[in-house]
Each structure stands twice: as C-alpha cells, then as structure tokens.
Design a binder for this molecule. Structure first.
Ligand SMILES: Nc1nc2c(c(=O)[nH]1)N[C@H]1C(S)=C(S)[C@@H](COP(=O)(O)OP(=O)(O)OC[C@H]3O[C@@H](n4cnc5c(=O)[nH]c(N)nc54)[C@H](O)[C@@H]3O)O[C@H]1N2
Ligand SMILES: Nc1nc2c(c(=O)[nH]1)N[C@H]1C(S)=C(S)[C@@H](COP(=O)(O)OP(=O)(O)OC[C@H]3O[C@@H](n4cnc5c(=O)[nH]c(N)nc54)[C@H](O)[C@@H]3O)O[C@H]1N2
Ligand code: SF4
Ligand SMILES: [Mo]
Length: 729
C-alpha cells in the first residue's frame, strides 16, 4: 500500500493545532493521526484533533456528505434533483441575476464560512458579492460570536484581534478570565492557563458557573449572569479611587479618561454587589490584583460578547487594560479568543459588511478606488452591508418588497441550527425567493435551499487558516475527494464567471497572492514564509525573511487608532432584555459541549465522538431546582421559553446556581436555539444567546418521551437523506 504523510491545521477551534496524518493512498483512507509541534499547540491536541476526522469517511450517523449538485427544478416545495455542475451553476446564476435586475444588488445577502474552506474561498466570496453582485451584504458567523469584540476593541484600541498570542498566556502574572470556558472551547489554550498557574500566576475567573478554570482560580467571581458591565465598572472604580491606575500610561498613550472616570464613579463595589450577587470585598480584591501587575492578561469569550450589551463590556475590558498600562509588551493585553478555526481569517478576508480584506473600510474612497481598480470594476458600493443577524428583520418583518431581501447565499454555515429563535429563522428561509447552500454536509438550512452546491471539505483541499492569535497557517489535502464535488473557491469562480464577471485561478496560492498584495497588514505572509516558519502572525508587512510577523500588538503603547492613542470608553449597565418572571422563572444560558462542535454536522458524524455524547443533549440544573421540579439525573424534561419547547436530559449539577439552567447548542433534538431570543447588541448585532427566561417541566411518561426522541432522530436522518438500517446505528 502507498503511504503518505501530511501535516495540516485542525479544522475545529481557533487554537490552530498542527496534526500529522498518515494516509493509505490506494484505499484513500486515513490510517493514523497524531499532533505534532506547532507554534500554539506544542505537539498536543484535544479529543477533536485526535478523533474529529472520521466525518471524512461519511459514516452517516446524523447527516450525510453532499456528493452531487442539486436544484429544485419544480420550484419551491418540489424535490431536490441531482443535476450537472453546468446546470446547477446556470440555475443559480440565472436566479440571482433575475433578483438583482428586479430588486437591485442589496436584495441579495451572503453568509460565508469560518470553518473548513479557509481564507482563499472567503476572499473570493466577498469579491463575488462586491465586484460581481455590487453589494456589501456579506457577513459570517463572527456576527453571532466575537463581532462585539471587534467593534468594542476597534473603538478603543483600534484593532479587533487578540493583542497577545496563545503561548504568551503562560507567562502572565495575573489572568482575568471572564466569560470564557477554555477547557471546553479551546482545550489547548486551557493548557496555557494551567501552565501559567503552575508558574505562579494569580487567576481570577468570572463566570456564573463553576468551570475548570474557576476550579483552579485563586478567585472565582460567580456573578449573576448578565452583570459583567456592573462588575468591570466597579473594578475601574476601585482602581481609580485607590490610586492604582498607571498615570503615566494614561497621560502618554490615551484619551477621554475623564468621561470614563465620571461613569465608573457611579459604580462603587457596595452598589454593584447586589446587582452582581458578589461580595464587595471580592470585587476589591479582583481590582487590586488585576492592577498589581504589568503582566496582567484579560481573556474573554462568549460570556462577554453574547449579550445585548456585549460591545460596552468589551470597551470596558480594553479600558481596564489601558487603565493599568497593560499593553504593548509580551504576556499582557487583551485576548478575545476567537472561536472557530478560521473566524479570525474570515474577518481578515473582509467577509464583513463594512470592510474590504485587511480591515480597509468600504467608507474610505481611497480603499474603494484601490479595490475597484484591482478587481477591474468601475466602482464599488460605499454603503455598509447588512449583518446576517438582521436577515429576519429584512424578510419576515419587512413589508415593502422593494426593501426586502429576496435571496440568501449561505456558504458553510447552518443558520437553521445556530441562529437564535429558530422558528423565526425557518419562517425567514421559507419566505425568501431564492436560497443557495454551499456545504459539505446536508444540514438543516439545506432543507430550505433551492440549490445545493457541494464543496470539498477540510482534508480534501489546500489553503490557509488564521488561528485565534492572528497566525496564518497552511492546510493541506490529506485524502482525495469522493463524488462530483468541487473546491469551494472553484465553485465561486464558476458562478461569478456565469454571471458575467470572470474569475480564474489555478490554485489557492494564486488567490492568496492577490489577497496579500491588496492588504498591507498581510503582505509579508507568503505561502513560502508559512512553509518556512509554520505560522506567520499579522501584521507582517514585508515579504523578506526578516519580517517574521508580530507576536503581540500595540508595541510600547502605540495603539492602532489614527493618532496612536487609545480611547477610554465604557457605559452604564443595564440588565439583559428578557428576565425571569412568574411564567418563566428560570434563566437559560447556552454554552458548548467539549466533544462536539457548533452545528455538529462534522463531529456528529465521527463515531468516537458520537459515542461519547449524543442526542438529545443535557440541560444543567442545580440540585435545589431539581428537587423543586421533582426531576432526577438522566430523566427527560421539557424546556420551554416564549419562543418554543424542546426535550432534553436533566443533568443535576452543583456547578450551576439555583435559578439558572444551561444547555449546549450542539443538539438537533434538544436544540436550545428553539428557545433563545433574537435580541441584538445595537452596535455589533450579536444575539443575546446567554440570557433568556425559560421553564423546565417534568415529563410524567418517560417511555413516551424516549420514543419521541427516537422518532425525532429517525425523522432527522430521513430528512437528511440517510438510508436507515433496520438496526439502530
Ligand atoms: N468543543 C467545542 N469547542 C468550541 C466550540 C464548540 O462548539 N465545541 N465552538 C467554538 C466557537 S464558535 C467559539 S465562539 C468558542 C467559544 O468559547 P467560549 O467563549 O468559552 O464560549 P461559551 O462556552 O459559550 O461561554 C463561555 C462562558 O461564559 C459563561 N457565561 C455565561 N453568562 C455569563 C455572564 O453573564 N458573565 C460571564 N462572565 N460569563 C458568562 C458561561 O458559563 C461559559 O462558561 O468555542 C469554540 N470551541
Ligand atoms: N444558542 C447558541 N447558539 C449559538 C452559539 C451559542 O453560544 N449559543 N454560538 C454561536 C457561535 S459563537 C457561532 S461561531 C455559530 C456557529 O454556527 P455555524 O457557523 O452555523 O456552525 P458550524 O458547525 O461551525 O458550521 C457551519 C457549516 O459549515 C459547513 N462546512 C464545514 N466545512 C466546510 C467546507 O470546507 N466547505 C463548505 N462549503 N462548508 C463547510 C458545515 O457542514 C456546517 O454545515 O453558532 C452560534 N450559535
Ligand atoms: S484545541 Fe482546537 S485546534 Fe486543537 S485539536 Fe482541539 S479542536 Fe483542534
Ligand atoms: Mo463562535
């Protein structure tokens, strides 16, 4: 048998772990995988790195791989028919053209992918939307994720990315870990936090739940969900009133301190303590410890951003870091640890409604002129596009057909599983005139597609990803794709060409060279340099070998703002939008499952991971609430909010406080997004996934409930096109 070894980057989280695959080239099968030395992972991987590639074998557990292009020839409601690529591309081109001619370019919306495809196809997707269709309506899942980090950080320190690198975490003296559960989300980053602790760091964990980080923390602030801003304002209040701020740093490198000081003066610890459910002395201790070091690092995640006040909290975190002079040196600064394997990259590629690749604003005439010239078009739209969380607003809630969206091109996302308030989302997908899904698996959104374009997956194509800490790293083909499928970049080229804007490339490197030549911050990051160094962190301006890229940002306190000064900003605290009451007495927060990943098309089709955890998922409930409800561990329960109802299993745990329940959003039967609220942060338009009112009810007839779960699982498989065997999988 022929044996091939290939090193590539893991396709799940943004830790960017390096994996070495051994492939039997005759059988076209992976025979072995193990982690190897990489800049971020130090030859380690988590269980998804070890076992998360089985979906390449298409075991058809939850869904199945897409192997042929399909269209609904008979129109909406008709069956999907397998067609040739020519016919599929012609069908999509004709329909998008019709809609563009009738309703204008802004009636079409695009969502691109932070997952398998990589940077190059995402660059082409936004180029297709901007240069061929003529709209900035292009976005991706950063919207539902760290968009608040990008908005809040850019408004204060000028750059939306992590200021420090993953390896620097272990040399921090103080880690302020807020709303971030690394052990489940980025296990390889969690290792750095553990190492920091071993090296003597003081760890403050701010989380309403007990997490692995809070368990090793010196101080766990188990605050009430939704009270982050009250806490961060109170910490600033303590730092300023005790004179612990870095006066010189504030004087030399920042602006707007006085207005910030005025706001935080309203948040003494005694006033905040009842709001956050904390001891005022713990708030003081956290503030003093955080201000006590010049190697204080803030790490944050979805417990900060997925709130209607997420952007304000991010601004206040960046301000805390400025207040204490914690920027511009190694092992200090701010760490919004980006979630998906390539969400940093998809932002880098300009798959955002307001920026071209390399964060060049669509509002800047010079940037528009530069891109128009490079892309060979007369002009480019200067009006910022629509954020993807506003799609329902422009479909089901918009009555004027001229203002409505008419088409949605979904590339490598599954909004019908991952967006909030799924009933509203399904209504939206059903009402749109034309929906295209370009994916590797049949997913829940595909059920609404008028055309399905099957792409090759990670492991079947080349390219590069950007890790959470701005590191460009190569991905490489491990096995040959099976079926009548094409690389994502090639599909976009065919479609664009069919619509009268020809795109032609021979490989991903040609696309990448176009990207870096148009984006000064990335210009030095050639494939050659990635091969040589393994990872190139932006900014990297020069192609020469001397410019190795940048480990950390804001050197010497020089911020990425126009005048180099950071801007202090915070806001007054307000509670989440939908709070608990008589009918819905509990608060629902939604988080992650360690062995499964996002919409679960991939991990749900990996046998080892499926054997660890499967449908219908769990709902974490405190022992007190279990007692009140009369439910026990493992029992099926009904969870309901104003928007819907699902069945899940009770997980009795002391890790959550009385009155709060937690679900993971990976499950299709226990789909918590049937319950979540679509309220958005007014600036970043990120949903409040972390807080809504809910209730849990006991199900008397457990046998019936289990049959119901089995029946639903079987229906899902039918819908996904799996031929089910007589014996249950
Ligand atoms: N295994 C696995 N790994 C993943 C993913 C996955 O699906 N599975 N998804 C990836 C993606 S897309 C992302 S964005 C990252 C996200 O990774 P994280 O940012 O860690 O995301 P979550 O676990 O959703 O939320 C983090 C923590 O916020 C806490 N929290 C809830 N409410 C509050 C609050 O009011 N205040 C504070 N301070 N904390 C609160 C929760 O209890 C939780 O522990 O993970 C990535 N990694
Ligand atoms: N309730 C709740 N909901 C949440 C969250 C939460 O905390 N709570 N978190 C939110 C967050 S942070 C995020 S990032 C989103 C993630 O939500 P999504 O982006 O929707 O989820 P993913 O599973 O990452 O991937 C989406 C799709 O990409 C496809 N795909 C993977 N690789 C490729 C490829 O190479 N080519 C193509 N064409 N397709 C590919 C997969 O099959 C899948 O259908 O979920 C959000 N939803
Ligand atoms: S930590 Fe993230 S990148 Fe590393 S192996 Fe696990 S899922 Fe993959
Ligand atoms: Mo995310």
């Amino acid at each position: 048998m022929g044996i091939k070894q290939t090193q590539t980057t893991c396709c799940y989280c943004g830790s960017g772990c390096q994996l070495l695959f051994t492939t039997d080239t005759e059988a076209n099968k992976i025979v072995e995988v193990h982690p190897v030395q990489g800049r971020t992972n130090d030859d380690k991987a988590c269980l998804k790195g070890w076992y998360g590639w089985d979906f390449l074998n298409d075991p058809q557990i939850l869904t199945k791989r897409l192997r042929e292009p399909m269209i609904r020839k008979g129109g909406k409601g008709g069956p999907l028919t397998v067609v040739s690529w020519d016919e599929a591309i012609g069908f999509v081109a004709e329909n998008l053209k019709k809609i563009k001619d009738k309703w204008g370019p802004d009636s079409i919306m695009g969502a691109a992918s932070a997952r398998g495809p990589g940077n190059e196809p995402n660059y082409l997707m936004q180029k297709f939307f901007r240069a061929c269709l003529g709209t900035n309506n292009i976005d991706h899942c950063a919207r539902v994720c760290h968009a608040a980090s990008v908005a809040g950080s850019r408004a204060t320190i000028g750059e939306g990315a992590m200021s420090l690198s993953i390896p620097e975490i272990e040399d921090a003296e103080v880690i302020f870990n807020i709303g971030y559960n690394a052990a489940a989300s980025h296990p390889i980053v969690a290792r750095r936090i553990v190492r920091a602790k071993e090296k003597g760091a003081y760890i403050i964990a701010v989380d309403p739940r007990v997490t692995e980080t809070s368990r090793i923390a010196n101080l766990h602030l188990q605050l009430k969900g939704g009270s982050n801003l009250a806490l961060t304002n109170a910490m600033a209040n303590v730092i300023i009133s005790e004179g612990l701020e870095d006066k010189r740093f504030i004087q030399e490198h920042t602006k707007d301190f006085d207005s910030y000081k005025e706001i935080v003066s309203h948040y003494p610890p005694e006033k905040v303590a009842p709001i956050a459910g904390l001891d005022p002395n713990d708030i003081r201790l956290a503030a003093r410890k955080y201000a006590s070091s010049k190697r204080s690092v803030i790490l944050w995640g979805m417990g900060v951003t997925q709130f209607s006040q997420g952007v304000d909290v991010v601004k206040s975190l960046c301000s805390l870091s400025m207040l204490t002079g914690n920027f511009g040196r190694p092992s200090t600064g701010t760490g919004p640890v980006r979630g998906q394997n390539n969400v940093q990259g998809t932002c880098d590629m300009g798959v955002l409604p307001d920026v071209f690749p390399g964060y060049q604003s669509v509002a800047d005439p010079a940037a528009r002129e530069k891109f128009a010239k490079a892309w060979g078009v007369k002009s480019l739209s200067d009006s910022p596009g629509l954020q993807l969380t506003r799609v329902p607003e422009r479909v089901v809630h918009e009555k004027d057909p001229a203002k409505k969206l008419h088409a949605y091109y979904i590339f490598g996302e599954d909004p019908a599983q991952s967006d909030p308030d799924l009933a509203e989302l399904r209504e939206t997908l059903a009402e749109l005139d034309f929906v295209v899904c370009q994916d590797i698996f049949m997913n829940k959104s595909c059920l609404y597609a008028d055309a399905i374009l099957p792409g090759t997956s990670w492991g079947e194509h080349d390219g590069c990803y950007t890790s959470s800490d701005r590191g460009f790293q190569r991905i490489r083909k491990v096995v040959e794709p099976v079926g009548n499928i094409k690389d994502d970049w090639e599909i976009i080229c065919l479609l664009s060409t069919a619509m009268g804007y020809p795109m032609k490339y021979n490989n991903t490197e040609e696309i990448w060279n176009e990207v870096i030549d148009l984006s000064p911050k990335f210009t030095g990051a050639t494939y050659q340099k990635m091969e040589r160094q393994g990872s190139v962190q932006w900014p990297c301006y020069d192609k020469g070998p001397e410019d190795k890229g940048s480990m950390y940002l804001h050197h010497g306190g020089q911020f990425a703002t126009p005048d180099g000064r950071g801007l202090f900003k915070t806001a007054h605290y307000h509670p989440p939008v939908e709070v608990e009451g008589t009918d819905y007495p509990l608060t629902l927060c939604t988080v992650r499952e360690v062995g499964h990943y996002s919409a679960r098309t991939m991990t749900g089709n990996c046998r080892t991971l499926r054997n660890l955890e499967d449908e219908p998922g769990w709902v974490e409930i405190s022992p007190e609430d279990c007692q009140t409800l009369g439910v026990v561990e493992g029992e099926l329960v009904k969870v309901t909010s104003q928007r819907g109802s699902v069945i899940s299993r009770c997980k009795k745990t002391e890790r959550v406080k009385k009155g709060a329940i937690y679900m993971t959003y990976q499950w299709w039967i226990g789909a918590c997004n049937e319950l979540t609220i679509s309220t958005l942060d007014p600036t970043s338009r990120t949903p409040e996934y972390k807080y809504c009112a809910a209730k849990v009810e006991k199900i008397a007839d457990q046998a019936w409930a289990w049959r119901e779960v089995a029946r639903t699982y079987s229906t899902i498989k039918d819908n996904m096109g799996i031929i089910q065997k007589a014996v249950n999988q």
